[in-house]
Write a protein that binds this ligand. Structure first.
Ligand code: BG6
Length: 474
């Protein structure tokens, strides 16, 4: 076996609290924004309701009931040989309203128990502080991340988590896919990232940049808090990396694709370099955006740069210049004739993963961590309780081949590989259960009906061999 990956390479899987825990009112948990999102589909956006509407189904209230099944689920992950398991801490379990001064002990105890269970099997918890959820009260009372007060409120949450768990958790991330809101015309993306619901007449792009700024400052502050509590903690950012290819070799398309990449990934520049890139400062001036960015903020950004860059990789985009230079994700993307898509229209592009790993290494010179990758697909549980998901194995194998080339041939410094939804859970974009990613099947339908029994899929046994061979046996 050739030794591609370094010792301690973190093979495992990833999930997020609101997509699988369920138990949305247990252990003193408060309502979160994820609790207000209805069931949607590929063609119908999830509704973001202000109150819980009687008679409406909210998939995140149930998740896959991990809250009550986690011991059995962790055991299955241990059986696959996981070295690491990424989840998030539901902010509303720790601070039910977000702005309390003291945390909820029952919420803290739940994560203590979960982390202990993982560590019992030698599985490292890898933790995101804010993965598409915040206490609902922070939206109602403060307007979400449109409000500067959230920086202090988040710092309190981060402090409590680092203080409580620093002996159990080494790898942390601040905001999941902070750059999704680049697509500010997508209500769900802005709501999940920033808890903002636009009103008629809002300058959506300006509001997005302002909220993102507060998040970037909060993230930098969290990095400093973590290091002050325990210098061995590793705190990363988390980006959704979708390479954006030019639609043709026309110079305008090339330049436009470059600008589109800069727009989606400036978040990483700020996280890593601690400064805003020149082009964006010029853009703010050109747009007349007089954002609330103080000298103190800029100091915090400088002092709170991340230790590593974590990212999700699912798909690539292709952009075409059409007469304007500011990238609009909702209208500037075109189909790529060389690439197929999954049933939800997500482009399947394994080579793009090697591109991603090289692009980030060259730009940021930081260790990288793949904390999401995977295929959302319809699975069928056979009468004898099997799932033959060869399509998922093919997808993952093709991506792992590219990942290995990036590490072995291109010298990328990679910490680990944590594919998404290692156990079936609620889809973030659609709220469906039937958009499945897992190695473990959960018997539950889109409306939370089913036995909730867990069954290993064929990919479970395949991934177990991959891990046991440190990636040699694909
Ligand atoms: C990422 C998110 O966007 O992709 C996850 O970090 C999400 O929360 C995953 O679940 C897959 O997306 P979806 O919409 O298929 O669940």
């Amino acid at each position: 076996m050739t030794k591609t990956f370094k010792d301690g390479f973190l093979w495992g899987g990833a999930v997020a609290a609101h997509q699988l825990e369920g138990a949305y009112q247990e252990g003193g948990k408060g309502l979160s924004i994820a609790d207000m999102m209805t069931l949607g589909s590929r063609d119908q956006a999830r509704e973001l309701t202000d109150e819980i509407v009687p008679g409406t189904y909210y998939p995140n209230h149930v998740g896959n009931d991990f809250y009550h099944h986690y011991k059995e689920d962790v055991k299955l992950m241990a059986e696959m040989g996981f070295k690491a398991f990424r989840t998030s801490i539901a902010w509303s379990r720790i601070f039910p309203n977000g702005d309390e001064t003291a945390p909820n002990e029952a919420g803290l105890a739940f994560y203590d128990d979960l982390f202990d269970e993982l560590l019992k099997y030698g599985i490292q918890p890898v933790i995101t502080l804010s993965h598409f959820e915040m206490p609902l009260n922070l939206v109602k009372k403060y307007g979400g991340w449109a409000n500067r007060d959230l920086i202090t409120i988040f710092a309190r949450f981060a402090h409590v988590c680092f203080e409580r768990y620093h002996d159990k958790v080494k790898y942390w991330m601040t905001f999941n896919e902070i750059n999704n809101q680049t697509n500010y015309e997508s209500d769900i993306s802005v709501y999940e990232n920033s808890g903002i619901k636009f009103k008629a007449g809002d300058d959506k792009q300006k509001l997005m940049y302002q909220a993102a700024h507060y998040e970037l400052v909060a993230s930098a502050q969290a990095v400093q808090i973590a290091h002050a509590i325990d210098p061995s903690l590793q705190v990363g950012c988390m980006l959704a990396f979708c390479p954006i290819y030019p639609a043709s070799s026309k110079p305008e398309d090339i330049l436009f694709a470059q600008r589109a990449m800069d727009s989606r990934l400036y978040f990483g520049d700020v996280h890593v370099n601690g400064t805003y890139p020149n082009w964006l400062q010029a853009y703010f001036t050109e747009k007349g955006y007089d954002l609330d960015i103080t000298d103190r903020d800029l100091e915090i950004l400088k002092k709170g740069t991340v230790d590593y860059v974590a990212f999700s990789y699912y798909m690539s985009f292709t952009a075409k210049y059409s007469g304007h230079w500011d990238y609009r994700e909702y209208s500037d993307l075109v189909a790529n004739p060389y690439i197929k898509s999954n049933d939800w229209g997500w482009a399947i592009d394994p080579v793009g993963l090697r591109y991603a790993l090289n692009w980030m290494t060259t730009r940021w010179h930081k260790p990288l961590f793949i904390v999401e990758n995977g295929l959302g697909a319809y699975d069928k549980l056979t009468a004898d309780k099997q799932v033959h998901d060869d399509y998922r194995i093919d997808y993952l194998r093709d991506h792992l081949v590219q990942m290995e080339k990036a590490v072995a041939d291109d010298g990328v410094d990679l910490l680990g590989y944590l594919p998404w939804g290692c156990i079936d859970l609620v889809s973030a974009s659609t709220g469906e259960m039937k958009k499945r990613y897992g190695f473990i099947y959960v018997d539950e339908d889109d409306y939370g009906r089913g036995s909730f029994k867990r069954y290993p899929k064929d990919s479970f046994y395949w991934y177990k061999k991959v891990i046991a061979s440190n990636g040699a046996n694909l």
